[in-house]
Design a protein around this ligand. Sequence first.
Ligand code: SF4
Length: 301
Amino acid sequence: MTLRSSVGTLYKLGLRKGSVESLKTAYLMLDGVCMFNCSYCTHASTVKNLSYLSRVLWPEVEDLSFFFERLAHSDFERVCVQVVSYPKFQRDLFELIERLKASNKAISVSVRAVSVDLVNELFKRGVDRLGIAIDVVNEELFRKFRGGNLLELKRLIETSARSYVNRITTHIIVGLGESDKELFETMVWLRDINVETALFAFMPLKGTILESHPRPSIERYRKIQLARFLIYRGLERAIEFEGETIKNFKWLPSDSYRAFLTSGCPDCTRPYYNENPIGPLYNIHSEELLRAMSNSLEVIG
Ligand code: SF4
């Protein structure tokens, strides 16, 4: 098993020296050579340097027993395991879940699930939440950038969400060529079937097929974050479209600045996962940072 950990997690566990963020989720990656070739992913089968996931460097955990011991004694509340789809990943994942259960943390697993059987098996083995990423919300772009059929994946998500109410999360990437309307409609559907949406801003990464594709503007990303926030509060009628594009918001709740916090499973903050620490921060990973930035945040309204 090749297990990697985000550096922030290692800092907090005292296994590396560095500035400690107030993380509640420990981030792990089960690594190998992926069977798929997503155009935006540093783990695609055609990319050479595999120790990154998105823009984050993931050092390998050298002493697994010591790592699990530190984890068990830490105040992390959740562990998130990102799983690369390498052959036989299931065997390693099941073993990892078994070892993680001893640490008494809630376990999130983010995996390219292809069957209900795998979903059932993971929950049976003690996973708290399952991340089944959509990534690309436009059907044609999904086929092009990710491969496979978006409608089939949506069927799997819906079936899983019916059996495991409020325990499924999906990842959506903003900025791959989709329209605001497509993001909006996908998030309304996800909300209606009780699936949580974790938003990511597209980040062009060296060595990937989309390394020259532009990032979404921060203004557009803020609008999509606000749309997500409103949708999950049942307030989507406040969103005004012009054609396929969000033009404005009729009104916004007084705490709408919270829309800019990282979204996803409870306590998931993913610090600097898809942004450079010098900014702009697409997902704001802490309440303190949000308060510090609140004066300068560009709120669309
Ligand atoms: S939302 Fe966060 S904790 Fe949940 S699966 Fe995604 S990265 Fe992991």
